[in-house]
Write a protein that binds this ligand. Structure first.
Ligand code: COA
Length: 299
């Protein structure tokens, strides 16, 4: 029997490193207030024959007092992984800016199957059945079909190599995009963050801002992707997303991610609004996090 990650399109793609996806004690979760209903989860991607999300998610309501332990655990996980970069989320931000306008998804493991290290990070209550391993927050915007990715956290960054769940961060975001049938996803990340490798693989990555002084870190990249599940397996196969080079041409421009002057130059070009600027996911994935990146225009 095949195990691990399977992706059926024209070919079968499987990745045994993602064996945890088959573990019956690990399930996706959806944490949302009861007024939010997503019609036909995954319907937008039905043509892709994705088999990643066959398991029924655990659905929880963050406004039920009895579920507050799940909020506590999510915040402990988030604070642990974001503390290193000084961007951890205050509790009120989680309530006001995530629970109220958006949905939170991720993967959770049965407490009885969680390692001592995981339990030490999230500190579940004695009565908790499920322990979160990741979270992805998505919030709808005023543009129809367009959502903003507000937070992606994976416990992997707090675990040692043998304990990690390979692909957890990537698949958690893919699950949220799939579940809510999201067409367009914007987001924010720092140019040299490892997360840029993940964010660039959900669809072609358009640059909206290259230098963002309105953010805590001006070296923040704001991006937009038209979500396409076709490119998701490329993240694991380390391939170029399908058809990228037939849709985009490299320009003479390069961005030096470590150099504010380079980011500012690109930002000024973006503000002129004459062209659209894209990044290559394959290039991002295959190069060190501080390497220069080519800029592409649609053909
Ligand atoms: C960024 C984050 C969500 C990635 O999740 P993850 O579960 O660790 O990553 P996945 O297992 O899904 O993917 C692994 C791949 O991601 C990339 N990656 C993850 N961490 C990396 C790191 N520290 N350095 C370089 N690449 C890294 C690599 O491409 C890796 O694949 P490879 O080992 O085959 O090259 C997680 O590290 C995290 O929570 N970080 C702290 C919070 C954060 O920065 N969030 C994103 C804000 S925009």
């Amino acid at each position: 029997m095949e195990s691990g990650l399977k992706y059926l399109s024209n070919e079968v793609y499987s990745d045994p490193r993602v064996h945890w996806l088959d573990n019956p004690d690990i399930r996706p979760y959806v944490y949302k207030r009861k007024q939010f209903r997503i019609e036909n989860p995954g319907q937008r991607f039905s043509g892709n024959k994705l088999t990643w999300f066959d398991k029924e998610p655990i659905v929880k309501n963050p406004q039920n007092m009895d579920e507050v332990d799940f909020t506590d655990q999510i915040l402990r996980l988030e604070n642990k992984v974001f503390d290193k970069i000084n961007l951890s989320m205050p509790r009120w931000v989680f309530y006001d800016c995530a629970i109220m306008p958006g949905i939170i998804v991720g993967y959770a493991i049965k407490k009885k199957s969680a390692s001592a290290k995981i339990l030490q990070i999230v500190e579940p209550q004695p009565h908790s059945e499920w322990v979160p391993l990741s979270l992805f927050i998505i919030i709808p915007t005023l543009v129809p079909g367009e959502w903003v990715a507000h937070n992606l956290s994976s416990i992997n960054s707090a675990l040692s190599e043998p304990e990690r769940f390979y692909g957890l961060g990537f698949i958690s975001k893919a699950f949220g995009l799939w579940y809510a049938n999201i067409e367009v996803c914007c987001g924010m990340t720092q140019w040299t963050s490892p997360a840029i490798k993940l964010h660039s693989h959900y669809g072609d990555m358009e640059i909206l801002t290259a230098y963002t002084p309105a953010h805590t870190y001006a070296q923040t990249l704001t991006y937009r992707v038209k979500v396409s599940a076709e490119s998701w397996p490329c993240f694991f196969a380390k391939d170029s997303p399908l058809h990228f080079h037939s849709k985009y041409r490299a320009t003479a421009l390069e961005v030096d991610r470590k150099d504010d002057k380079s980011l500012l130059r690109l930002q000024r070009l973006l503000e002129r609004g004459e062209e659209r600027y894209f990044l290559s996911a394959a290039e991002i994935n295959s190069q060190p996090l501080d390497s220069k990146l080519k800029i592409y225009h649609p053909i």
